[in-house]
Design a protein around this ligand. Structure first.
Ligand code: SF4
Length: 456
């Protein structure tokens, strides 16, 4: 099935799943309450957002320079950089790096990029054991699902569902609450750490710091600190868009990410990690950063839309998006779901197969309003739609439909036709995309023009 057909299919099913929607809405309500409190830490939040948006704009406009700076500094400090053009290259490079160490197990932190390049299944098919150490990632790994939301991968699952899922895996009680579930997963991880040989860990990166050649990672559970301190080899996987200019900018980005990501003033553990120095007691002796493009340079090549590379993956835009709430993260069929995914994925994966995501929006502008990086999300969706048509991705049937629609809308005679004919036309035009679970809106009995003429 083509991604667009799959999307239609999945959205129809997801929109009928009220139970899942209720769970998502509860999460979103909690998020909004926390967000309000976290935002109160700012004396001048507008200035913080302006500063962050400017810094990321500067990086995006000069990405080649900043990436080379990062690489040079990291090498000077004793680390290594591996460049990967696409997902396949990245997977092969990572497996090769692990194989060289002789490790049989890999401890992983949460990384959306790892999901994007389907790393876990590749590692497992290469006879490596993969242990997810983030609670959310661990849950969806046990459930064999894709992440639902970029910050909260198991957002769609109720506590009851999660407890039942983990009961057979690690013996979590069937009526466990969120705190108990987190504690159980933490205990399971600690037991693993104690008995396993921690040779290799793979982490993501929230930011790559160009002037220091270091990697900034933020988390709430402390497991990243644990695995990066204990492993002999630390492999960082990061998109080329993760660069920030300087270590001095970290006090702008960490609080913004915490505020908009989870509604915290600051996440509990914030680490800046690099190659081991003589003063470090606990750190990997080998530190390698795999820099992955995987379509990001396609977006970089679009001057009108490249601003989307400023995204810090806080997930706030999905939390306020009525479409995301209704259809859920899985329906998008890509790791980066919600408004930002709808902007970036057609560029990164190809308009031919993914242009439909840019149409999955009400264009209400909630996403643009909340984005801490001031990304003009809803207008980028319109720009994508423009590009899609200009590049000839609209099918003949679609073009004919809109041609007929325009003709009809511009004809006074047609607009004054009876409501039953207009309702019939509406249903004929939008039958497939409207789906079976939604009732069609009914047009008014008389057009505005008719009412005006009647003098009412
Ligand atoms: S687009 Fe903005 S709101 Fe959405 S995830 Fe990225 S930074 Fe957050």
């Amino acid at each position: 099935m083509r991604p667009a057909d799959q999307f239609l299919n999945d959205t129809i099913n997801a929109s009928a799943n009220k139970e899942q929607r209720n769970v998502v809405v509860v999460h979103q309500q909690r998020y909004h309450e926390a967000l309000g409190k976290a935002r109160s830490q700012y004396k001048n939040e507008v200035l913080a957002k302006d500063r962050a948006a400017y810094l990321k704009w500067k990086v995006t406009e000069n990405l080649d320079k900043y990436l080379i700076d990062f690489e040079a500094t990291l090498i000077r400090r004793g680390g290594r950089v591996v460049w990967a053009h696409d997902a396949e290259t990245a997977r092969k490079e990572i497996v090769q790096l692990i194989t060289k160490t002789g490790a049989q197990q890999v401890f992983k932190s949460k990384s959306m990029l790892s999901e994007e390049i389907a790393l876990n299944s590749f590692l497992r098919s290469s006879s490596l054991e993969v242990i997810e150490t983030d609670v959310g990632e661990y849950i969806i790994d046990v459930a064999a699902e894709a992440p639902f939301h970029m910050v909260n991968p198991a957002m769609h699952k109720s506590e009851k569902e999660i407890a039942a899922l983990l009961n057979s895996k690690i013996g979590t009680s069937m009526d466990a609450d969120a705190d108990t579930i987190t504690a159980d997963v933490r205990d399971a991880m600690r037991a693993y750490f104690n008995k396993a040989s921690l040779d290799v860990c793979i982490t993501g990166a929230n930011f790559l710091i160009a002037d220091s050649g270091m990697v900034a990672i933020t988390e709430n559970e402390g497991n990243i600190r644990m695995i990066t301190a204990l492993a002999k080899t630390h492999i960082v996987i990061a998109g080329i868009d993760k660069i920030i200019p300087s270590i001095n900018d970290i006090d702008t980005f960490f609080p913004l990410l915490a505020t908009y990501g989870t509604g915290q003033k600051l996440t509990v553990y914030n680490s800046v990690i690099g190659p081991k120095t003589a003063d470090d007691h606990d750190a990997a002796t080998e530190f390698i950063v795999v820099l992955i493009d995987n379509g990001r340079t396609n977006l970089l090549a679009q001057p009108d839309q490249r601003q989307a590379l400023s995204c810090i993956k806080c997930g706030a835009c999905a939390n306020v998006c009525p479409v995301f709430t209704f259809i859920g993260g899985h329906s998008y069929g890509v790791t980066s779901s919600g408004p930002i995914g709808a902007v970036t994925q057609p560029h990164e994966k190809g308009f031919d197969e993914f242009k439909h995501l840019s149409y999955a929006s009400s264009l209400c502008g909630n996403c643009t309003q909340i984005c801490p990086m001031k990304i003009d999300l809803h207008n980028h969706l319109l720009r994508n739609r423009r590009d899609s048509v200009q590049q000839g991705h609209a099918k003949s049937a679609e073009k004919l439909m809109w041609y007929s629609w325009k003709k009809m809308m511009l004809s006074r005679k047609n607009m004054n036709k009876g409501a039953s004919i207009k309702n019939f036309m509406l249903k004929s035009f939008f039958k497939t995309s409207w789906g079976e679970n939604r009732e069609f809106p009914k047009v008014a009995e008389k057009s505005f023009n008719q009412i005006w003429r009647e003098g009412r």
